[in-house]
Design a protein around this ligand. Structure first.
Ligand SMILES: Cc1cc2nc3c(=O)[nH]c(=O)nc-3n(C[C@H](O)[C@H](O)[C@H](O)COP(=O)(O)OP(=O)(O)OC[C@H]3O[C@@H](n4cnc5c(N)ncnc54)[C@H](O)[C@@H]3O)c2cc1C
Length: 298
């Protein structure tokens, strides 16, 4: 473990041995060695510039796509907070801070009668996570609307990247290692306010009918293989409802894992690996994790 002295002073907050589990969607995971919440992009840039090179850096958003392992995360975990929440409407789109929730950005666009961002209302993460994961739902994804994203690199430089630089593909981006997305601009077009609101209501109703949206979960566990649905392969392998400890494959949507209450990260990850093995044996298809598993096993 490194000494607290190794963290440069920032205007925002730094906590040592910060508990992370309760702030994640799965409600699992150990502590961050250091949790830094920079005040703004300049504060973040100074932190990354001055931070010892060997100090590992991990960025988290709303932790809606993460299993943080039970042993916690070594080094600095960066979580963007208030200084990264701003949303502004422009004639051709919306500029949003990386800590803004996707649903809030969709609501701002709707209130300004701008169409094209409705799908974001169905993704329970932040804008930073949406760019990093090329989040998508209901036929839309970030790659279809992103104009640019600003990042702070691991060495502390503020850089604006375009779509090409980001290399967005299915639930993937080519962000440089240790880079933190701070802001992004999304294209939107003038639309009819009621039609936009109706589309968002439709998305909400559809999600509530088909996904365990109020559960302790991480959304889709595995990426859909080309021309296949992960949930169908999992169902065919007999994994619907499968349990390990207090972790379960959702009965409602079997590409979702659930923490039924007191599950550990190891149980969730172990259950996911068991599903992968069973699918491999049944259908010969290797599923790839969409959920990021980070940190140290207990
Ligand atoms: C009920 C439920 C439903 C879901 N439905 C969908 C869906 O329909 N479509 C979909 O795409 N996803 C879905 N997800 C998954 C998840 O919401 C998305 O992947 C979301 O984009 C993750 O955002 P986040 O802020 O929670 O990121 P986190 O889970 O905190 O992090 C995910 C990844 O993004 C990186 N990251 C986060 N913030 C930043 C940043 N500022 N800069 C650089 N990297 C960053 C992290 O390092 C990590 O690698 C769902 C999840 C749940 C729980």
């Amino acid at each position: 473990m490194m000494a607290a002295l190794d963290i440069p002073k920032i205007r925002g907050r730094v906590q040592e041995q910060a508990v992370l589990g309760p702030t994640t969607w799965f409600r699992v995971g150990g502590a961050a060695e250091f949790l830094a919440r920079p005040a703004d992009a300049k504060d973040l840039a100074a932190l990354l510039r001055e931070l010892a090179h060997e100090m590992p850096v991990t960025v988290i958003g709303a932790a809606s796509n993460l299993i943080i392992r039970d042993g916690g995360i070594a080094g600095v975990v960066i979580k963007l907070a208030r200084g990264f929440n701003e949303i502004s409407i422009e004639p051709d789109g919306v500029v949003a801070g990386a800590a803004a929730l996707d649903v809030t950005v969709a609501e701002h666009a709707a209130a300004a009668s701008l169409a094209g961002l409705e799908f974001l209302s169905g993704v329970p993460g932040t804008i930073g996570g949406a760019v990093a994961m090329n989040a998508g739902a209901y036929g839309g994804d970030v790659s279809q609307i992103l104009q640019w994203a600003e990042i702070v690199t691991r060495s502390g430089d503020l850089v604006r990247l375009n779509m090409h630089d980001l290399g967005l593909s299915y639930r993937h981006s080519n962000l440089p290692p240790g880079a933190v997305v701070t802001r992004a601009k999304f294209s939107a077009v003038p639309g009819e306010r009621q039609a936009i609101a109706a589309r968002m209501a439709e998305i909400k109703a559809s999600r509530e009918a088909t996904q365990p949206v109020r559960a302790r979960t991480g959304g889709s566990t595995f990426a859909n293989p080309p021309d296949m649905k992960a949930w169908e392969l999992i169902d065919a392998a007999g994994c619907r409802g499968l349990m390990r400890g207090r972790a379960q494959v959702s009965e409602l949507h079997c590409n979702f894992l659930l923490n039924l209450g007191e599950a550990t990260a190891a149980e969730l990850e172990g259950l996911g690996e068991e599903v992968r093995e069973k699918v491999q044996r049944t259908s010969g298809v290797a599923l790839h994790w969409e959920i990021k598993r980070i940190g140290i096993p207990a």
